[in-house]
Write a protein that binds this ligand. Structure first.
Ligand SMILES: *[C@@H]1O[C@H](CO)[C@@H](O)[C@H](O)[C@H]1NC(C)=O
Ligand SMILES: *[C@@H]1O[C@H](CO)[C@@H](O)[C@H](O)[C@H]1NC(C)=O
Ligand SMILES: *[C@@H]1O[C@H](CO)[C@@H](O)[C@H](O)[C@H]1NC(C)=O
Ligand SMILES: *[C@@H]1O[C@H](CO)[C@@H](O)[C@H](O)[C@H]1NC(C)=O
Length: 502
C-alpha cells in the first residue's frame, strides 16, 4: 500500500539549469533573507556529540514490576549495542541514599546498588559509561557534617531563605565552601567512574511536581560544571526538566555549563503499561521547534555555536506498538525527530524486547550516519506548501525541516512530517485527517540553485520512509532541483539525505 510520490528526478546538465523561478509562495519567504544554519559545536564540558544510550526511567514509570537495582540495570545495559554508539547507561531517580556520607557527599543506596564502582567498571570494560541522577543542593539532614578538605560546616552554606524540597536545601552560592562541596561530590563520582550527571529540578523552569522548589538554583549548574572541570574526568552534565529558555541570562547559564538541557516535561506515561503516547511526543517536538527557532531567529545567536543539545526526554522507539504506546509510524517519527534535532539519544525501551523495527530505528547504520551529521547541524522548521506562510518556521501539522547544509553546500538532511490531528499540545491546533501530501520547494528550504546555501541539484536518498505512505527505507530517489514531496499518513515522517549532485 505504500505509495510514495516519486521525486521529480530531473538529471540536469549544467547548461539546462533553469533560472530560479520564484512562485508567489516563494517570493514571500525569500525576502526573509539568508538561511541561518544552526550548529552545536563543542559543548561546555567538551563533547561534540549528544549522548547515546539507555535510561532506566521508562521502565521505572511503566508499572510492570521493574525494580530499580544494580542487577536489573546491569542486565539492560549489557544489551546496549556499543557498535551503534549506545554507550551511556543512565540510572534515573532512586539509586542514591536519602542522606550523604560523612562529608555530605551523594552516595548510593547500597540496598539497591551495593557496588556502584563495580557496575561502573563492568560497564567500562564493555566500552560503556555510567550516568547518575541527582538533584541540586545537599541534604538538609547533613547540616552538621564538615565539607571534605575544609573545616566548614555544610549547614552554614545553606540558603535558608529558600524552601527545603525533597529532603534538600539549596546553597548561598556566594559562600566559601560551596564550590568545595560540589568538588567533593564530583571527585567522589569520578573515583566511582561516573561519566554523566543528570541534574533534575533545575529552576527556573522545572515544574514543581508537588514540591516547593527554590525559585532559582541555576548556579548549581555553574558549581557542578566547575567541579567537573577540576575533577580531571570527562563527565557530561544534563539539566532537567523543562528548563526556562526565555531569560537570556538563564539560557547562557545552561549553555555555558551543561551539555544538554531538557526542553519539555516528561513524555512517559505513568503506570499504564505503555511507555509513552503520541500527544506528549507532539508536545516534545513542538518544544524542540521553539528551542531551535530561538537559536535561528536571534541575530546574536546566528553565527555562534548553540553548544547545549536539547534533551527531548527518552527516545521510545525500541519496542512493539503495544509496549511503546505508539504506532510503528509514530515510532519512526520519534526516531527521525530525536536524531534530526541532534537531541540526546537515550532510549528507555526494554532492551530485552526489541522488535525488528526497534532494532532498525536504534541501530541502523545509515540512520546513524545521518545522526552524525545532525549531531552538529540540527534541523530547523520550514513550513511546506499549503500552510499559512510557506517557508516560515511556525507550528504546523504538515511540516518540513532542513538540517545543514554543511560547508560548500555538500550535504543536507530534510525531514517531512504529518503530525496528524493536534492531540492537545502540538502547538498547531489543526485536525487534518488521513494521508496528506507534504510538499516543499528547495527555495523554501533555502537550498535552491542561486541561493547562498543552494546547489544546482541534490541527490536524494530516502533513509527512513516512515513505515506507511512515505515509501520504503533506504531508497535512492534521483536528483531534484525543484521540490521534495511525500504522501504521509497521520503521525508519519520521512527522513532524506541530500548530497549535491554537481
Ligand atoms: C549493532 O549495531 C551495528 C551498527 O549499527 C549493527 O550493524 C548491528 O546489527 C547491531 N547489532 C544488533 C545485535 O542489533
Ligand atoms: C537566576 O539566577 C541567575 C544567576 O544569579 C541570574 O543570572 C538569572 O537572571 C536568574 N533568573 C531569573 C529568571 O531571575
Ligand atoms: C512519568 O512517570 C512519573 C513516575 O511514574 C509520573 O510521576 C509522571 O506523571 C509521568 N508523566 C506523565 C506525563 O504521565
Ligand atoms: C510540489 O509543489 C510544486 C510547486 O508548487 C509543484 O510544482 C509540484 O508539482 C508539487 N509536487 C507534487 C508532488 O504535488
Amino acid at each position: 500500500m505504500a505509495m510514495a510520490f516519486p521525486l521529480l528526478a530531473l538529471i540536469l546538465s549544467a547548461a539546462a539549469i533553469p533560472l530560479l523561478s520564484i512562485t508567489p509562495e516563494d517570493s514571500n519567504i525569500i525576502k526573509r533573507g539568508t538561511l541561518f544554519i544552526p550548529f552545536y559545536g563543542t559543548s561546555a564540558n567538551g563533547f561534540t556529540t549528544p549522548p547515546r544510550g539507555w535510561n532506566s526511567f521508562g521502565m521505572q514509570a511503566l508499572g510492570n514490576g521493574f525494580v530499580l537495582n544494580q542487577a536489573n540495570v546491569q542486565a539492560q545495559c549489557n544489551l546496549m549495542n556499543v557498535t551503534a554508539g549506545y554507550t551511556l547507561c543512565s540510572i534515573d531517580s532512586g539509586w542514591s541514599g536519602n542522606g550523604g556520607d560523612p562529608f555530605g557527599r551523594l552516595v548510593p543506596d547500597t540496598s539497591v546498588f551495593p557496588d556502584l564502582t563495580g557496575l561502573a567498571s563492568n560497564l567500562h570494560s564493555q566500552g560503556k559509561e555510567l550516568g547518575v541522577y541527582i538533584l541540586p543542593g545537599a541534604f538538609s539532614a547533613d547540616a552538621d557534617v564538615t565539607v571534605q578538605g575544609t573545616n566548614i560546616q555544610l549547614g552554614s552554606l545553606f540558603d535558608t531563605t529558600q524552601p527545603s524540597y525533597n529532603l534538600r536545601q539549596t546553597f548561598d552560592f556566594g559562600k566559601d565552601g560551596v564550590q568545595q562541596w560540589h568538588n567533593s561530590v564530583v571527585n567522589n563520582f569520578a573515583a566511582i567512574g561516573v561519566d554523566m550527571i543528570k541534574m533534575d529540578f533545575m529552576t527556573p523552569g522545572s515544574p514543581d511536581a508537588g514540591e516547593t522548589l527554590p525559585a532559582n538554583n541555576s548556579l548549581a549548574a555553574v558549581a557542578y560544571h566547575k567541579a567537573i572541570q577540576q575533577s580531571g574526568r570527562n563527565i557530561r552534565l544534563d539539566l532537567s526538566w523543562k528548563l526556562d529558555r526565555n531569560s537570556v541570562a538563564d539560557f547562557e547559564i545552561w549553555r555555558n555549563n551543561a551539555d544538554s538541557i531538557r526542553t519539555d516535561q516528561d513524555i512517559n506515561n505513568s503506570g499504564t503499561g505503555t511507555f509513552t503516547s503520541f500527544s506528549t511526543v507532539q508536545r516534545a517536538i513542538e518544544q524542540y521547534r521553539s528551542f531551535i527557532n530561538q537559536q535561528e531567529e536571534d541575530p546574536t545567536r546566528q553565527t555562534v555555536p548553540i553548544m547545549v543539545h536539547p534533551d527531548m526526554d527518552n527516545m521510545y522507539t525500541g519496542n512493539a506498538a503495544s509496549l511503546t504506546g505508539l504506532t510503528n509510524q509514530q515510532r519512526y517519527t520519534v526516531a527521525i525527530h530525536w536524531f534530526g534535532a541532534g537531541a540526546n539519544q537515550i532510549t528507555a525501551s526494554d532492551l530485552t524486547k526489541l522488535d525488528t523495527l526497534g532494532t532498525e530505528l536504534l541501530y541502523d547504520s545509515e540512520t546513524l550516519s545521518v545522526a552524525a551529521f545532525t549531531a552538529n547541524f540540527p534541523m530547523q522548521p520550514k513550513n511546506p506548501f499549503g500552510t499559512a506562510q510557506p517557508g516560515s518556521q511556525a507550528s504546523e501539522q504538515l511540516q518540513a525541516w532542513i538540517a545543514g547544509p554543511d560547508a560548500n553546500n555538500e550535504n543536507a538532511v530534510v525531514v517531512l512530517a504529518n503530525y496528524g490531528p493536534d492531540q492537545g499540545s502540538g502547538g498547531f491546533g489543526t485536525s487534518l485527517q488521513g494521508t496528506q501530501l507534504v510538499n516543499i520547494s528547495l527555495s523554501l528550504l533555502g537550498i535552491a540553485n542561486g541561493q547562498s546555501n543552494g546547489a544546482p541539484g541534490w541527490n536524494v536518498r530516502r533513509v527512513l520512509g516512515g513505515g506507511g505512505q512515505g515509501g520504503s527505507d533506504h531508497a535512492d530517489l534521483g536528483v531534484t532541483s525543484t521540490f521534495l514531496a511525500s504522501n504521509l499518513g497521520p503521525g508519519e515522517s520521512a527522513l532524506y539525505k541530500l548530497t549535491r549532485s554537481d
